[in-house]
Design a protein around this ligand. Structure first.
Ligand code: TXA
Ligand code: MG
Length: 328
């Protein structure tokens, strides 16, 4: 079921009252709160179990509002906004005074985007302001791509869930640093729904390598985007053998079977066929990880797709899912 006009009115009222609303976006579901209400922002961190030093993304209803939320809008930012908003691109810029430090984890920069989802845009228009919205999952776990996933992740910690159907893109937005720390050429801090190739085409030049400045990006933490099961990455041609070995060793093995070996028989607990198209794979990746968890797998065997286009974001999330667990 998708949100009605009265659902949107209700959600806008809750945001005004400092409450939390889960919202659909084209990338993943977000946990939204009034960006200008520090107490509401604090509630977001609490509901997610996220350390308050980790900055949030401010979501706006239109690119015309950007100037209200950042100190100035460089020509590059204006160009990227025109080309990619509404859409899965987040820009990091110097914050304007109206952005509370609670939202930026104390940083003088702010991450901003205009989401490309009709329900999110209707809510932002009804609400009138900006909302902070991290992915609507518990800190470190897999991002939700349906309203059901949000309820499973957050339960009563969220006051209302706006259902906008399954997310179209399926992985988070691309985060690009436009603050000029890399000498005027932007750099990608997190690969996502807008590809590096598309950004470079619009910019007319290669992106810079991110500076080693100590920007806190929790998405960079190795155990992010992780299912409960341990994720093992091998070459596509090794997936079947690796899965069967782990299964013989007594594990309940889930397999993300690469398109390159589609149809291969696998003796494992659960097998999911990965789509050959990168956009279909991105759309289904988090749902697959969640499904394999639900089916009781304790190991997931997968391989990385070619790291071009959306494959770069998929590979990034799989690597992080396979990374060392902080709890280990
Ligand atoms: O697609 C998305 O971006 C989703 C949807 C809901 O919009 N949101 C999302 O938010 O992924 P979250 O909080 O899960 O990830 C936000 C990322 C974090 O890695 C954070 O560190 C980075 O944005 N970030 C936020 N503000 C930043 C800043 N000022 N400088 C550098 N990174 C920043
Ligand atoms: Mg997240």
């Amino acid at each position: 079921m998708t949100a009605s006009t009265s659902d949107i009115e209700k959600a806008a009222g809750l945001l005004r009252a400092g409450r939390l609303v889960a919202i659909p976006t084209e990338t993943v579901y977000g946990l939204a709160a009034n960006a200008e209400d520090p107490a509401a922002v604090a509630r977001v961190f609490q509901a997610k179990g996220r350390p308050p030093s980790h900055p949030l993304i401010v979501h706006l209803g239109g690119a015309d509002q950007l100037g209200d939320w950042v100190k100035d809008v460089p020509a590059t930012a204006r160009l990227l906004a025109e080309r990619f908003w509404p859409g899965p691109l987040t820009m990091v810029l110097q914050r304007a005074p109206r952005v509370p430090l609670e939202a930026t984890g104390g940083l003088e920069t702010v991450a901003v985007r205009v989401p490309g989802h009709p329900v999110a845009l209707a809510l932002l228009s009804a609400f009138g302001g900006g909302v902070v919205a991290p992915s609507a999952n518990r800190f470190g776990s897999v991002s939700p791509t349906t309203a059901e996933h949000v309820r499973a992740e957050l339960g009563d910690a969220v006051d209302f869930v706006l259902d906008g159907g399954p997310c179209e893109v399926g992985v988070e937005s691309t985060i690009i640093d436009v603050t000029g720390v890399t000498g005027g050429t932007p750099s990608v801090l997190r690969p996502g729904g807008v590809t590096r190739e598309d950004l470079e085409e619009v910019l007319g030049r290669p992106l810079a390598v991110p500076s080693a400045s100590p920007i806190r990006v929790p998405g960079q933490h190795p155990s992010h985007y992780a299912p409960r099961a341990r994720v093992v990455l091998v070459e596509p041609g090794q997936v079947v053998a690796e899965a069967e070995l782990a299964q013989e060793q007594g594990h309940r093995v889930g397999v993300l079977l690469p398109a390159a070996v589609a149809g291969a028989p696998v003796r494992a607990h659960a097998v999911v066929a990965v789509p050959g198209s990168m956009s279909a794979y991105a759309r289904t990746l988090y749902g697959f990880l969640r499904e394999l968890d639900q089916r009781g797998c304790d190991v997931i065997v997968a391989s990385l797709p070619p790291e071009q286009g959306l494959g770069l974001a998929i590979a990034n999330r799989l690597r992080r899912a396979a990374g060392p667990r902080s709890a280990d």
